[in-house]
Design a protein around this ligand. Structure first.
Ligand code: SAM
Length: 176
């Protein structure tokens, strides 16, 4: 799998904390190497995602990105593939098989309003159904299909705790 970065546009502190945190959690569980929060520089979101990393492992970098268009321009110039999730795009079932598997991918997830520049700059505008959708659900569905499942437990061994699958109840163990 090539490296995956999630670019979350237009975060609004005070209005979007749950949605942006859940995008970060979704990115993490599907093996993204970076989650970049754009819009308001909301330290509480970054702290909360880093806290999950400390407790449950993983390697995902989390940071604020003040220039999403500049980031995208460089990413594409360096050979990366930019995929913009939008209900106006082409079907994800059709696009995913076309994506080069040996190139880094950035997945752009919008906020309240997405500027035309993103539609023009990204090489792929991709829809998870051409209907309004939750951005968290759209990201999860896209990554599930791209990666064929969530990352394996071996990718999350660096934390303080491990969750062991259990038929009933909670089996949470502190790692030595
Ligand atoms: N009204 C906004 C606009 O100007 O496009 C979209 C708002 S929507 C709540 C927020 C984000 O969810 C979108 O930018 C997109 O990334 C994602 N999203 C919503 N519906 C989607 C769909 N059907 N397929 C893929 N992504 C979708």
């Amino acid at each position: 799998m090539s490296s995956i970065t999630i670019l979350r546009l237009s975060h609004r502190a005070g209005r979007d904390p749950r949605m942006s945190t859940h995008l970060g959690l979704t990115a993490r569980v599907y093996g993204a190497s970076a989650f970049l929060l754009c819009g308001d520089n909301d330290q509480a979101i970054l702290d909360s995602l880093n806290d999950v990393k400390e407790r449950f492992g993983g390697e995902m970098e989390v940071r604020h990105e003040s220039s999403p268009l500049g980031f995208l321009r460089n990413f594409i110039a360096e050979g990366g593939i930019a995929v913009h999730l939008t209900m106006y795009g082409l079907s994800y079932q059709e696009v995913i098989p076309e994506l080069a598997s040996d190139k880094p991918i950035v997945i752009v997830v919008g906020g309240a309003k997405v500027g035309r520049e993103y539609f023009e700059m990204c090489q792929y505008n991709v829809a998870v159904g051409n209907q309004p959708h939750s951005e968290v659900a759209a990201l999860a569905a896209f990554l599930e299909r791209l990666n064929d499942g969530v990352s394996p437990p071996e990718d999350f061994t660096s934390g303080k705790f491990t969750i062991h699958p259990s038929e009933r109840g909670k089996d949470l163990r502190e790692d030595a």
